[in-house]
Design a protein around this ligand. Structure first.
Ligand SMILES: [Zn+2]
Ligand SMILES: [Zn+2]
Length: 105
């Protein structure tokens, strides 16, 4: 961007370029950046953007904290290894006839 191409708003008292978007804004209307450019004044639009991004990141952190890992262990020791039928206490599977207990020696 060339200085010559910039049309300064006559109402601006202290025009300065925004670090983020490069647009000119009046320093009086600017906002102090907290996350992107700490200690630097950026335009109001970018400050709003920055704040939204910070809020979105804060929301993501909260979601991670609330996230609970589900226990994938759904193994059923009473299920027939052949057909998956629930045969709790049965010796022979009623569905496929698979023998569910080992023979005692
Ligand atoms: Zn900006
Ligand atoms: Zn079975």
């Amino acid at each position: 961007m060339s200085i010559i191409d910039i049309e300064l708003d006559e109402e601006m008292e202290m025009p300065c370029p925004c670090q983020h978007c490069g647009e000119w804004f009046d320093l009086h209307d600017g906002r102090s950046s907290k996350s992107w450019y700490p200690g630097t004044v950026i335009c109001k639009e970018c400050r709003d953007e920055e704040r939204e991004e910070m809020e979105a990141e804060a929301a993501e952190d909260e979601e991670e904290d609330e996230y609970e890992e589900e226990d994938p262990d759904d193994f059923n020791p009473d299920a027939c290894p052949e057909c998956g039928s629930d045969e709790a206490g049965a010796v022979i599977c009623s569905e496929c006839g698979h023998i569910l207990v080992d023979d005692d020696d």
